[in-house]
Write a protein that binds this ligand. Structure first.
Ligand SMILES: *[C@@H]1O[C@H](CO)[C@@H](O)[C@H](O)[C@H]1NC(C)=O
Ligand SMILES: *[C@@H]1O[C@H](CO)[C@@H](O)[C@H](O)[C@H]1NC(C)=O
Ligand SMILES: *[C@@H]1O[C@H](CO)[C@@H](O)[C@H](O)[C@H]1NC(C)=O
Length: 204
């Protein structure tokens, strides 16, 4: 299946169940998204979590009551981290846009104009809340556009957040829009939102 088809199917599965007649006034006292949008159950599932990480996540699915592993997923470009020549960034772009744009490097990129429409646009059209959480994101919420956090002397903090791993920040439709940037969080906020029952419907 093409990535764009997968996205459309995913958004449909997360799409709101039509409320039965006469129940449109029904208030959900259940969870909300981080920004307070109401909780709306989905057609097939209520939340979608996309976890990106190394091998230690591989067995996580076994712990879920109905866990499944989709083992037929392949990177769109060279496998990550085999050597410095194999760039990871294009794979991350594809996570949310369905294409690598033919990009072949890890250097900071701005994807602009119509190219920067992503799954975020499909979801917002359907009122599906979303957020991206990144480990060591240098701010707790909002737009952080530099490549990596830096010490006061200007050197990059090693083994920390890097922009190539957080595709949202490279999309013009997101980095120019404060409301959308406010859906980008440091991963610590994930645990807070989980505790407060405020996780969005699509969690990256
Ligand atoms: C991306 O756009 C931002 C905001 O306009 C700008 O500050 C930054 O230099 C651009 N980065 C690249 C890699 O083009
Ligand atoms: C910059 O600061 C960091 C943290 O204090 C330090 O570890 C690093 O060696 C410094 N780098 C340079 C080039 O001074
Ligand atoms: C910014 O994002 C919000 C939330 O997605 C959207 O409603 C608004 O139209 C966007 N603004 C612009 C200028 O694109």
């Amino acid at each position: 299946m093409k990535a764009a088809t997968v996205f459309t199917a995913l958004v449909a599965a997360l799409g709101a169940t039509a409320l039965p007649h006469g129940k449109s006034e029904e208030k959900h006292t259940e969870p909300t998204s981080p920004n307070g949008e109401p909780y709306i159950p989905g057609q097939c599932f209520d939340r979608f979590f996309m976890l990106v990480g190394s091998g230690h996540l591989l067995n996580l699915w076994k712990q879920a009551p109905n866990g499944r592993i989709l083992a037929n997923y392949y990177a769109t470009t060279h496998p990550s981290q085999v050597s410095r020549q194999n760039h990871v960034q294009p794979n991350y772009f594809a996570h949310i846009s369905g294409t690598s744009y033919g990009w072949n490097s890890d250097s900071p990129a701005n994807i602009t104009g119509a190219d920067s429409f992503t799954i975020v646009d499909l979801m917002e059209e359907k009122g599906i809340s979303w957020a991206g959480y990144a480990e060591d994101y240098p701010i707790s919420q909002g737009c952080y556009t530099p490549y990596a956090p830096e010490y006061a002397n200007g050197t990059e903090v090693p083994h920390s957040y890097v922009r190539k791993h957080f595709p949202f920040i490279s999309m013009e439709t997101i980095y120019t829009n404060k409301t959308r940037c406010n859906n980008l969080y440091n991963a610590k906020m994930f645990w807070q939102h989980l505790k407060e029952n405020k996780l969005p419907r699509f969690v990256y």
